[in-house]
Design a protein around this ligand. Structure first.
Ligand code: SAM
Ligand code: SF4
Ligand code: SF4
Length: 334
């Protein structure tokens, strides 16, 4: 039975960060001024091993988790990630997926598929090479991410979703070209409002391009109509092209908060459990895992944490909440 939190929300999804490291320095996530050469990433020994992650995932599954998303940092920089996929993919009825920046995908897509991964999400913010290089801030060419997406499709990963964060003044001109490109390739593009995660990205409300504006911009050139959600509480609002050529999603985390239906827990790479993307502290799950606690003890710990949860940051976002200490997205996992 899935535990319910203080607002009656069940525990349904788990995002597992497998590393806090990344080969990109996206300006809205890991700005170089903060994540520079001297930044202290987690020590390897601090990371949960694949065996520990599998054990924890199975306990969460017993508690009602239906979906696990591997994330980071950049999950594909964690060595031999396919060995973790091999452990998680056979869990009965579990929907397993992974979010990646795509930089290493062309080389790894086939192995991930063979290990049992079925679908994938790739983040890409622009098809304009200069804009993309400036946004990832490590001069990474867009062509190689597109090659990664094509390799994922060729390997049979489906559906492929593409996530685009829109930040005012940086890439709103890429909205329509991205929509056209991925419609023609048959992948679902999802637009994400720029969020005030962590405390290092210098977020301002003025920089947010609302989901409504994104839909209006596309609708002017490629007419859209709304589609019912796939299931209650789906995070992305769906729209389809009126000519039947595909669909897009918009994730309005800032302008239309969806805390009321938020069923997600997050596990950091070192085994801290968070009940909200904007949490200021976590609950140490690694300690019981490494000190001989039984599966039942760990399940009881998770249940206790979840039952005590009352987070709804996006619904109560204000200047006051923005300035409180929050965990970085690259640590907690997007
Ligand atoms: N490195 C992988 C990637 O980029 O796909 C996985 C981790 S990343 C933190 C997960 C997602 O969070 C990405 O789609 C990224 O674009 C998004 N993200 C990061 N910072 C964000 C922000 N400030 N606002 C909205 N989305 C953000
Ligand atoms: Fe890395 Fe993903 Fe954050 Fe970009 S969004 S810096 S790729 S973790
Ligand atoms: Fe869930 Fe927290 Fe985001 Fe609200 S702000 S949707 S509770 S993660």
């Amino acid at each position: 039975m899935s535990p319910q939190d203080r607002l009656g929300r069940p525990l349904r999804d788990l995002r597992i960060s497998v590393t806090d490291r990344c080969n990109f320095r996206c300006v809205y996530c890991m700005p170089k001024e903060v994540f520079g050469k001297d930044f202290q990433f987690l020590d390897r020994k601090a990371l949960l091993s694949f065996e520990e992650i599998e054990r924890v995932a199975r306990i969460f599954h017993r508690l009602g988790i239906e979906k696990v998303r591997l994330t980071g940092g950049e999950p594909l920089v964690r060595r031999n990630l396919e060995l973790l996929i091999e452990k998680l993919a056979p869990i009965d009825g579990l929907d397993l997926t992974l979010t990646t920046n795509g930089a290493l995908l062309a080389a790894k897509a086939k192995r991930l598929r063979e290990a049992g991964l079925r679908r994938i999400t790739v983040s890409l913010d622009s098809l304009d090479d200069a804009v993309f290089r400036a946004m990832n801030d490590v001069d990474f060419p867009v062509r190689r991410v597109v090659e990664g997406i094509d390799a994922a499709a060729a390997a049979g990963l489906a559906p492929i979703k593409v996530n685009m964060v829109v930040k005012r003044g940086l890439n709103e001109h890429s909205i329509v070209p991205m929509a056209r490109f991925f419609r023609d390739r048959g992948h679902i593009l999802r637009f994400i409002e720029y969020m005030d995660v962590g405390h290092s990205n210098g977020w301002r409300m003025d920089d947010v391009v609302s989901a409504t504006e994104v839909v209006e911009r596309i609708d002017r050139e490629l007419p859209l109509e709304p589609v019912d959600p796939n299931y209650p509480g789906e995070v992305a609002k769906r729209w389809r092209y009126r000519d039947g050529s595909g669909e897009i999603g918009v994730i309005a985390s800032v302008t239309q908060a969806f805390c009321r239906t938020c069923t997600r827990a997050r596990l950091s790479a070192e085994g801290q459990l968070y009940t909200c993307l904007f949490a200021s502290s976590g609950h140490d799950l690694r300690a019981p895992v490494r000190s001989g606690a039984s599966d039942n003890d760990i399940a009881a710990f998770i249940e206790r944490v979840w039952r005590g949860r009352s987070d709804r940051y996006s619904e109560i976002r204000s200047e006051h909440t923005q300035s409180r200490g929050k965990i970085e997205m690259s640590y907690i996992g997007g």
